[in-house]
Design a protein around this ligand. Sequence first.
Ligand code: GUN
Length: 281
Amino acid sequence: MTARILDGRAVGREVLAEVAERVRALRARGVAPRLAVVLVGDDPASAVYVRNKGRRAAEVGIDTVDLRLPAETTEADLLGRIGELAGDPSVHGILVQLPLPAHVDPQRVLRAIPPEKDVDGFHPQNMGQLVLGPPALVPCTPAGCMILLDRTGIDLAGKRAVVVGRSNIVGKPMAHLLLAADATVTIAHSRTRDLPSLVREADVVVAAVGRPGLVKGAWIREGAVVVDVGINRVDGKLVGDVEFAAAAERAAWITPVPGGVGPMTIACLMRNVAAAAEAAV
Ligand code: GUN
Protein backbone atom coordinates (compact mmCIF):
# COMPACT_ATOMS: atom_id res chain seq x y z
CA MET A 1 0.00 0.00 0.00
CA THR A 2 1.14 3.55 -0.65
CA ALA A 3 -0.40 6.02 1.72
CA ARG A 4 -2.56 8.93 0.74
CA ILE A 5 -1.64 12.28 2.25
CA LEU A 6 -3.66 13.82 5.06
CA ASP A 7 -3.35 17.36 3.74
CA GLY A 8 -3.23 19.76 6.65
CA ARG A 9 -2.47 22.71 4.38
CA ALA A 10 -5.67 22.22 2.38
CA VAL A 11 -7.93 21.42 5.33
CA GLY A 12 -6.30 24.18 7.40
CA ARG A 13 -7.14 26.68 4.64
CA GLU A 14 -10.74 25.46 4.68
CA VAL A 15 -10.97 25.96 8.45
CA LEU A 16 -9.39 29.42 8.20
CA ALA A 17 -11.92 30.42 5.52
CA GLU A 18 -14.74 29.39 7.88
CA VAL A 19 -13.16 31.37 10.70
CA ALA A 20 -12.81 34.44 8.46
CA GLU A 21 -16.54 34.21 7.75
CA ARG A 22 -17.38 34.00 11.47
CA VAL A 23 -15.09 36.97 12.13
CA ARG A 24 -16.86 39.00 9.43
CA ALA A 25 -20.20 38.20 11.08
CA LEU A 26 -18.83 39.29 14.47
CA ARG A 27 -17.47 42.53 13.05
CA ALA A 28 -20.83 43.20 11.40
CA ARG A 29 -22.28 43.06 14.93
CA GLY A 30 -19.65 45.50 16.18
CA VAL A 31 -17.35 42.92 17.81
CA ALA A 32 -13.68 42.94 16.81
CA PRO A 33 -12.24 39.56 17.90
CA ARG A 34 -8.94 40.08 19.70
CA LEU A 35 -6.24 37.64 20.74
CA ALA A 36 -3.53 38.53 23.26
CA VAL A 37 -0.29 36.62 22.78
CA VAL A 38 2.13 36.61 25.70
CA LEU A 39 5.74 35.62 25.11
CA VAL A 40 8.19 35.54 28.01
CA GLY A 41 11.90 35.40 27.17
CA ASP A 42 13.59 34.98 23.82
CA ASP A 43 13.36 31.32 22.86
CA PRO A 44 13.83 31.50 19.07
CA ALA A 45 11.37 28.67 18.26
CA SER A 46 8.68 30.33 20.40
CA ALA A 47 9.31 33.64 18.64
CA VAL A 48 8.70 31.95 15.26
CA TYR A 49 5.47 30.31 16.49
CA VAL A 50 4.22 33.60 17.91
CA ARG A 51 5.00 35.46 14.68
CA ASN A 52 3.11 32.84 12.65
CA LYS A 53 0.11 33.10 14.96
CA GLY A 54 0.06 36.88 14.46
CA ARG A 55 0.17 36.48 10.67
CA ARG A 56 -2.65 33.96 10.53
CA ALA A 57 -4.75 36.08 12.86
CA ALA A 58 -4.34 39.09 10.57
CA GLU A 59 -5.34 36.98 7.56
CA VAL A 60 -8.68 36.05 9.09
CA GLY A 61 -9.38 39.49 10.55
CA ILE A 62 -8.52 38.79 14.18
CA ASP A 63 -6.73 41.61 16.00
CA THR A 64 -3.74 40.72 18.14
CA VAL A 65 -2.10 42.32 21.15
CA ASP A 66 1.51 41.24 21.54
CA LEU A 67 2.99 41.22 25.00
CA ARG A 68 6.73 40.53 24.97
CA LEU A 69 8.24 40.23 28.42
CA PRO A 70 11.90 39.70 29.38
CA ALA A 71 13.06 36.27 30.55
CA GLU A 72 13.61 37.68 34.05
CA THR A 73 9.93 38.61 34.47
CA THR A 74 8.76 37.34 37.85
CA GLU A 75 5.81 35.04 38.18
CA ALA A 76 3.97 37.74 40.14
CA ASP A 77 4.54 40.27 37.35
CA LEU A 78 3.35 37.83 34.73
CA LEU A 79 0.25 36.98 36.77
CA GLY A 80 -0.43 40.71 37.08
CA ARG A 81 -0.23 41.21 33.31
CA ILE A 82 -2.51 38.24 32.69
CA GLY A 83 -4.94 39.67 35.23
CA GLU A 84 -5.09 42.90 33.22
CA LEU A 85 -5.83 41.00 30.00
CA ALA A 86 -8.37 38.87 31.86
CA GLY A 87 -10.23 42.00 32.93
CA ASP A 88 -10.09 43.69 29.53
CA PRO A 89 -13.42 43.11 27.75
CA SER A 90 -11.87 43.90 24.34
CA VAL A 91 -9.62 40.82 24.66
CA HIS A 92 -11.41 37.55 23.81
CA GLY A 93 -8.51 35.12 23.86
CA ILE A 94 -5.29 34.91 25.88
CA LEU A 95 -2.42 32.67 24.82
CA VAL A 96 0.74 32.33 26.91
CA GLN A 97 3.40 30.75 24.75
CA LEU A 98 5.03 27.72 26.38
CA PRO A 99 7.61 26.83 27.56
CA LEU A 100 7.91 29.51 30.25
CA PRO A 101 11.24 30.27 31.99
CA ALA A 102 12.10 27.72 34.70
CA HIS A 103 11.35 30.09 37.59
CA VAL A 104 7.70 30.42 36.54
CA ASP A 105 5.13 27.71 37.39
CA PRO A 106 3.21 27.14 34.15
CA GLN A 107 0.20 25.61 35.92
CA ARG A 108 -0.24 28.71 38.09
CA VAL A 109 -0.04 30.88 34.99
CA LEU A 110 -2.51 28.80 32.98
CA ARG A 111 -4.97 28.87 35.90
CA ALA A 112 -4.87 32.68 35.84
CA ILE A 113 -6.39 32.76 32.34
CA PRO A 114 -10.20 32.87 32.60
CA PRO A 115 -11.49 29.58 31.10
CA GLU A 116 -13.66 31.49 28.61
CA LYS A 117 -10.55 33.27 27.25
CA ASP A 118 -8.36 30.16 27.35
CA VAL A 119 -8.01 29.64 23.58
CA ASP A 120 -5.26 27.04 24.16
CA GLY A 121 -7.73 24.92 26.14
CA PHE A 122 -5.13 24.30 28.85
CA HIS A 123 -7.08 25.57 31.90
CA PRO A 124 -8.08 22.74 34.27
CA GLN A 125 -11.75 23.61 33.72
CA ASN A 126 -11.44 23.22 29.94
CA MET A 127 -9.37 20.04 30.36
CA GLY A 128 -12.04 18.74 32.74
CA GLN A 129 -14.83 19.51 30.29
CA LEU A 130 -12.86 17.72 27.59
CA VAL A 131 -12.81 14.59 29.75
CA LEU A 132 -16.44 14.84 30.92
CA GLY A 133 -17.96 16.23 27.72
CA PRO A 134 -19.24 18.22 26.07
CA PRO A 135 -15.92 19.93 25.39
CA ALA A 136 -15.58 23.73 25.56
CA LEU A 137 -12.30 25.22 24.26
CA VAL A 138 -10.18 22.27 23.10
CA PRO A 139 -6.34 22.29 22.80
CA CYS A 140 -5.49 23.31 19.24
CA THR A 141 -3.17 20.52 18.09
CA PRO A 142 -5.41 17.59 19.06
CA ALA A 143 -8.49 19.49 17.85
CA GLY A 144 -6.70 20.02 14.53
CA CYS A 145 -5.83 16.33 14.24
CA MET A 146 -9.48 15.39 14.79
CA ILE A 147 -10.77 17.84 12.18
CA LEU A 148 -8.17 16.61 9.69
CA LEU A 149 -9.30 13.00 10.21
CA ASP A 150 -12.98 13.89 10.15
CA ARG A 151 -12.84 16.00 6.97
CA THR A 152 -10.83 13.32 5.23
CA GLY A 153 -13.71 10.97 5.94
CA ILE A 154 -11.87 8.67 8.34
CA ASP A 155 -14.26 6.94 10.73
CA LEU A 156 -12.74 6.26 14.13
CA ALA A 157 -15.55 4.26 15.76
CA GLY A 158 -14.27 0.93 17.03
CA LYS A 159 -10.74 1.55 15.74
CA ARG A 160 -7.72 0.72 17.86
CA ALA A 161 -5.84 3.99 18.38
CA VAL A 162 -2.41 4.32 19.94
CA VAL A 163 -1.29 7.76 21.09
CA VAL A 164 2.47 7.87 21.59
CA GLY A 165 3.19 10.62 24.11
CA ARG A 166 1.32 11.76 27.22
CA SER A 167 1.88 15.52 27.28
CA ASN A 168 -0.82 17.82 28.64
CA ILE A 169 -0.72 19.78 25.36
CA VAL A 170 -1.18 16.90 22.91
CA GLY A 171 -1.11 13.29 24.13
CA LYS A 172 -3.65 13.44 26.96
CA PRO A 173 -6.26 15.62 25.22
CA MET A 174 -5.79 13.66 21.97
CA ALA A 175 -6.55 10.41 23.75
CA HIS A 176 -9.79 11.85 25.14
CA LEU A 177 -10.91 13.19 21.75
CA LEU A 178 -10.29 9.79 20.16
CA LEU A 179 -12.23 8.17 22.99
CA ALA A 180 -15.12 10.59 22.44
CA ALA A 181 -15.04 9.52 18.77
CA ASP A 182 -15.53 5.89 19.95
CA ALA A 183 -11.99 4.67 19.28
CA THR A 184 -10.39 2.15 21.64
CA VAL A 185 -7.48 4.16 22.97
CA THR A 186 -4.06 3.24 24.33
CA ILE A 187 -1.61 5.88 25.54
CA ALA A 188 2.05 4.90 25.20
CA HIS A 189 4.91 6.79 26.83
CA SER A 190 8.56 6.59 27.75
CA ARG A 191 7.96 3.78 30.28
CA THR A 192 5.78 1.71 27.93
CA ARG A 193 7.05 -1.83 27.37
CA ASP A 194 7.22 -3.06 23.78
CA LEU A 195 6.03 -0.03 21.87
CA PRO A 196 6.56 -1.82 18.52
CA SER A 197 3.91 -4.46 19.24
CA LEU A 198 1.40 -1.84 20.41
CA VAL A 199 1.90 0.16 17.23
CA ARG A 200 1.66 -3.02 15.09
CA GLU A 201 -1.87 -3.57 16.46
CA ALA A 202 -3.02 0.00 15.87
CA ASP A 203 -5.48 1.11 13.21
CA VAL A 204 -4.64 4.71 14.08
CA VAL A 205 -1.24 5.92 15.32
CA VAL A 206 -0.74 9.42 16.70
CA ALA A 207 2.92 10.22 17.39
CA ALA A 208 3.47 13.19 19.71
CA VAL A 209 6.79 12.82 21.46
CA GLY A 210 9.25 15.13 19.73
CA ARG A 211 11.84 12.47 18.85
CA PRO A 212 12.72 12.18 15.16
CA GLY A 213 12.08 8.74 13.69
CA LEU A 214 10.92 7.25 17.01
CA VAL A 215 8.10 5.35 15.30
CA LYS A 216 9.58 2.98 12.72
CA GLY A 217 7.90 2.48 9.38
CA ALA A 218 8.11 -1.29 9.78
CA TRP A 219 5.86 -1.11 12.89
CA ILE A 220 2.95 0.40 10.95
CA ARG A 221 0.07 -1.96 10.24
CA GLU A 222 -0.99 -2.27 6.57
CA GLY A 223 -3.79 0.21 5.99
CA ALA A 224 -3.29 2.17 9.23
CA VAL A 225 -3.81 5.90 9.63
CA VAL A 226 -0.70 7.75 10.80
CA VAL A 227 -0.85 11.20 12.36
CA ASP A 228 2.58 12.68 13.04
CA VAL A 229 2.52 15.59 15.46
CA GLY A 230 6.31 15.78 15.80
CA ILE A 231 8.15 18.78 14.41
CA ASN A 232 11.88 18.16 14.76
CA ARG A 233 14.74 19.94 13.05
CA VAL A 234 17.37 17.48 11.77
CA ASP A 235 20.26 18.84 9.68
CA GLY A 236 18.23 21.97 8.96
CA LYS A 237 15.24 19.95 7.74
CA LEU A 238 11.88 19.49 9.49
CA VAL A 239 10.95 15.88 10.22
CA GLY A 240 8.29 14.22 12.33
CA ASP A 241 8.38 11.46 14.95
CA VAL A 242 7.56 8.80 12.33
CA GLU A 243 9.87 7.41 9.64
CA PHE A 244 7.81 8.92 6.87
CA ALA A 245 8.94 7.08 3.72
CA ALA A 246 8.84 3.60 5.26
CA ALA A 247 5.54 4.27 7.06
CA ALA A 248 3.95 5.61 3.86
CA GLU A 249 4.61 2.25 2.15
CA ARG A 250 2.29 0.54 4.63
CA ALA A 251 -0.22 3.14 5.82
CA ALA A 252 -3.49 4.05 4.10
CA TRP A 253 -3.21 7.67 5.23
CA ILE A 254 -0.34 9.69 6.65
CA THR A 255 0.35 13.31 7.58
CA PRO A 256 3.49 14.86 6.10
CA VAL A 257 5.86 17.04 8.15
CA PRO A 258 5.68 19.88 7.38
CA GLY A 259 2.18 20.38 5.91
CA GLY A 260 0.24 17.96 8.09
CA VAL A 261 -0.71 18.76 11.66
CA GLY A 262 1.12 22.11 11.88
CA PRO A 263 -1.29 24.16 9.74
CA MET A 264 -4.24 22.55 11.54
CA THR A 265 -2.97 23.68 14.95
CA ILE A 266 -2.86 27.32 13.99
CA ALA A 267 -6.22 27.15 12.18
CA CYS A 268 -7.81 25.68 15.31
CA LEU A 269 -6.33 28.44 17.44
CA MET A 270 -8.09 30.99 15.23
CA ARG A 271 -11.27 28.91 15.47
CA ASN A 272 -11.03 28.99 19.27
CA VAL A 273 -10.62 32.78 19.21
CA ALA A 274 -13.72 33.12 17.03
CA ALA A 275 -15.64 30.82 19.39
CA ALA A 276 -14.48 32.77 22.45
CA ALA A 277 -15.54 36.07 20.84
CA GLU A 278 -18.93 34.65 19.84
CA ALA A 279 -19.51 33.40 23.38
CA ALA A 280 -18.67 36.84 24.76
CA VAL A 281 -21.32 38.66 22.66
N1 GUN B 1 4.18 25.63 22.95
C1 GUN B 1 4.17 24.54 22.16
N2 GUN B 1 2.91 24.28 21.77
C2 GUN B 1 2.13 25.23 22.30
C3 GUN B 1 0.74 25.48 22.23
O1 GUN B 1 -0.05 24.78 21.60
N3 GUN B 1 0.32 26.57 22.91
C4 GUN B 1 1.15 27.36 23.62
N4 GUN B 1 0.64 28.38 24.28
N5 GUN B 1 2.44 27.14 23.71
C5 GUN B 1 2.92 26.07 23.04
